[in-house]
Ligand binder design. Structure first.
Ligand code: B16
Ligand code: MG
Length: 213
């Protein structure tokens, strides 16, 4: 097989929690009377919570202290977790579920590589907490995407070399992270036009076109 492992980004790839990130940031921005739209939101994909906040605050006329920023980041996370709390295994699409099972049955090692500190909670909500061979997430890294740390950790957990793994990403920062780490990359959604990716996917099951199963 060309690849032995597949490392999936979480928000925007496995599930649509990218929409909940948008709604939670929008709620915070509205509270602070800062303009915020989906174009700005796309810049937050794959980026850590604090780095995302700095991008959101670019449009503010005020300058905030680090302790104020800590409060805002906590507020956004509270809004976000409220939305996550409403999720259930029904929020995992049949397409993603069926494709993951086909890949598992074809003996690929499967991992998550997400910048999110909420990864364990999300996986639990959608019923995938014991599915993956490895979970590398925002709780274990010091550098967020586009740094490749989260994917390198995932590959190490799978005991594979980066060149033997395919990263699946919806964020430009994530595609860059994959390329920086020496991984092959399949891009979907917002990142699908990113020319640095090896493959452009129009849907999750498109992966099966490029992988032996
Ligand atoms: P949290 P991913 C990323 O997850 C999101 O794309 C990004 O928007 C978010 O800011 C980041 O996780 C941190 O998330 O606030 O939950 O720790 O796309 O890498 O799975
Ligand atoms: Mg993502």
């Amino acid at each position: 097989m060309k690849y032995q492992g597949i490392i999936f980004d979480l928000d925007g790839v496995i599930c649509s929690t990218d929409e909940y990130h948008y709604q939670a940031w929008k709620r915070l921005a509205d509270n602070l009377k800062i303009p915020f739209d989906r174009t700005i939101n796309n810049r937050l994909r794959g980026v850590s919570r604090m780095a995302s906040l700095d991008i959101v605050l670019e449009k503010s006329e005020n300058r905030y202290t680090e302790s104020e920023k800590a409060v805002f980041s906590e507020m956004k996370n509270t809004y976000y977790r409220e939305l996550l709390g409403r999720m259930s295994p029904e929020d995992l699409s049949d397409e993603v579920k069926e494709t993951l099972v086909i890949l598992r049955n074809a003996h690929y090692k499967l991992a998550i590589g997400s910048s999110s500190k909420n990864t364990p909670y999300i996986l639990e909500r959608i019923g995938l907490n014991v599915f993956f061979d490895a979970v590398s997430d925002g709780n274990q890294i010091t550098h967020s995407k586009p740094d490749p740390e989260v994917f390198i950790k995932a590959a190490q957990m799978l005991a594979l070399k980066p060149e033997d793994c395919l990263v699946v990403e919806d964020a430009h920062a994530g595609v860059e992270a994959g390329v920086n780490g020496g991984f092959h990359v399949a891009a979907i959604g917002d990142a699908s036009t990113d020319s640095r990716a090896d493959y452009s996917l129009t849907s999750f099951k498109d992966l099966l076109k490029y992988l032996e199963t």
